[in-house]
Ligand binder design. Sequence first.
Ligand code: UD1
Length: 429
Amino acid sequence: MDRIRIRGGNKLNGTIQISGAKNAALPLMIASLLTSETLTLKNVPRLADVTLLLRILRNHGADMKMDGKRTRTAAMNGETVHLTAAEIVDTEAPYELVSRMRASFWVLGPLLARCHETRVSLPGGCAIGTRPVDLYLMALDRLGAEIELEGGYVIARAKGGLVGDRIVFPKVSVGATHTAMMAAALARGETVIENAAREPEVCDVADCLVKMGAQIEGIGSSTLHIQGVERLHGATHSVLPDRIETGTYAIAAGMTGGDVTLCGTRADQLDSFLDAMREAGISVEATDDSLRIRRNGNGLRPISVETQPYPGFPTDLQAQIMALMTKADGVSTIRETIFENRFMHVQELARLGAEISLHGDTAHVKGVPRLVGAQVMATDLRASVSLVIAALAAEGETMLNRVYHLDRGFEALEVKLGRCGADIERISD
Ligand code: UD1
């Protein structure tokens, strides 16, 4: 199993190219199941989750080519992917695959909409809480599906097809919004989705569905009007830049000090995060497609952050901002309102010398003058990268174990940081 060794203390200086967003690429790939024609996706990040999803889609009958070349294996080796689900050969998504990546549960919507029946394994709990699927099932029920739960599987049927209706989400859910939107695109009549997620990744998927012939109004707002169509067609779409990767490297630069430019990104999708960075005393300069992050000499100020659905502060940057605050001059408060139990990184950060106390959904982070390298373990994707950030500013050597969590969501992390001067190396045993 790979490990990552970091010797802390180097300032980061240079340029980092931001990859396509994992959280948009996955649902976009799943949207290919809605049409028999080819969906071409550009700027797809090279990540373990993408490779796994390609395998899952292949199981359902999708044919894939990368960079115009046909591949024999589903290994991810290019950033343009052509997906053609001319025929759905299997409407079942088995436990072995869905349990490895929660987002693969999202095949439920398109398979039901196109084939009128499907059997998809429940994803189960995970390291960041119970993560139920009640909102997905409620949405599909509203569109006329009959749903049974049996043996750990969701069995959904819609004889004669789905029918549009009004869906009011009691809580904002990214995955349930993707599911409702994709299902409604092929339902008969109009669907109105209220309290829809407004995350940029949801908008990116909606934009792609429109290119495929879907009729969606209100993209970017919390109410979506979708007029169902009989069929969708092929399209070409470029995955939007990863705002979480952008925020993560911005924090790494602020943590170590130095001067880093993040290219190929969208600063306008990170407003609440960038406000927090400025409040912490980090200089942020944004252009249309880049961000320059600097901290020269001055200390970090403590801040108060609360995670919220977009446009609020993203939960996917909570662990990273906590790592940053371990070095601030004072006590910061970080409240997690999206996922219970998303504090797995706290204990590991403490191994590096951080002083953090937890009170329910709130963490108090008391800045310390120095962190010291140690053996640490990655627990989930965002938690792992918070340990990398802390290690970059710690004295001595940190060894990060269970790196596969990082590979799920960060493309070539050690290469990108290494080019900016970090002393970081992957060790393959
Ligand atoms: C997506 C992102 C994840 C991000 C999260 C919140 C992907 C692949 N993953 O996850 O990185 O952290 O959005 O921005 O895009 N909930 C229910 N019932 C449901 C569904 C969700 O109660 O049926 C709850 C969840 O437990 C959580 C909240 O709703 O408390 C938000 O979850 P959701 O937005 O659905 O997260 P994901 O789509 O799983």
